[in-house]
Ligand binder design. Structure first.
Ligand SMILES: CC(C)(COP(=O)(O)OP(=O)(O)OC[C@H]1O[C@@H](n2cnc3c(N)ncnc32)[C@H](O)[C@@H]1OP(=O)(O)O)[C@@H](O)C(=O)NCCC(=O)NCCS
Length: 218
């Protein structure tokens, strides 16, 4: 089995560790986290240091996965890794219980969690999170660094722009487009297209305010 590292050692990385173990494709050699002491243990794996330490051991690992729940933090970490190690390989992690339809594509660095459904001819790009028990129907398109939170439901032909979030339990009807860097609030029902750079919520979901790139939402 090829060796990989996981970037991050918080709650989200615990879920990613479990998925990687259940898939059985990669051996996790450790967790890269500059904010935690070396040797700290999470679910049986140790923090092995920061990106500089990874450079020293890079020859012995195939790649890794950035396990950070916040879209912007995940993006900044991926960018830093690519600056230091331009050919670093980002692996994907797909829970064995996920139902993946025909002609679905899933990009590098993306995590697909337990009991998700991704229906036919949907494209999910790089470094996305398809969280527990969410559902994305046919012909969807999720751009890079998107999060679909637990229990969110997207009907057919929904497009979500880079860095946007569909929060927990929200629903988006068919053929709708959601822009970039937008957050759809928990439990919302999206009946109309939603612009980029906004926070929108409610039933029907309406843009409530503007949102800056990288603004926290968790
Ligand atoms: C939308 C969200 C990001 C908050 O946006 P915000 O602009 O910072 O909103 P605030 O928390 O300051 O709340 C402002 C008002 O909007 C309301 N509000 C916030 N989110 C709402 C939602 N999803 N639906 C309805 N009303 C909402 C609040 O109750 C509050 O109302 P009040 O002023 O009458 O008390 C947050 O509510 C949310 O949905 N986060 C996502 C959580 C999630 O999915 N976590 C799992 C990720 S894996």
């Amino acid at each position: 089995m090829d060796n990989i590292v996981i970037f991050g050692s918080g709650g989200h990385s615990k879920v990613v560790i479990d998925i990687v173990e259940k898939e059985g494709r990669y051996n996790i050699v450790g967790l890269v986290d500059p904010f935690q002491p070396i040797g700290k243990e999470v679910l049986g794996y140790e923090v092995i240091g920061d990106l500089q330490d990874l450079i020293e051991m890079n020859e012995t690992v195939l790649g890794g996965i950035v396990a950070m729940g916040d879209n912007w933090k995940r993006y900044e970490t991926v960018k830093r890794i690519q600056e230091l190690l331009p050919t670093f390989y980002f692996v994907k992690a797909i829970h064995p219980s996920a139902q993946i339809g025909k002609n679905v594509t899933i990009g590098n660095g993306t995590v697909v969690m337990a009991n998700t459904v991704i229906n036919s001819h949907t494209s999910i790009r790089d470094h996305c999170i398809i969280n527990t028990k969410s559902s994305i129907d046919h012909d969807g398109c999720l751009h890079n660094f998107v999060t679909i939170a637990p229990g969110a439901t997207l009907a057919g032909s929904v497009s979500i722009g880079d860095h946007s979030v569909i929060s927990i339990g929200a629903t988006v009807i068919h053929n709708r487009n959601i822009g970039r860097h937008t957050v759809i609030g928990a439990g919302s029902t999206v009946l109309h297209d939603i612009d980029s750079y906004v926070v929108a919520y409610g039933t029907p979901a309406k843009s409530i305010r503007e949102r800056k790139e990288g603004e926290p939402y968790l």
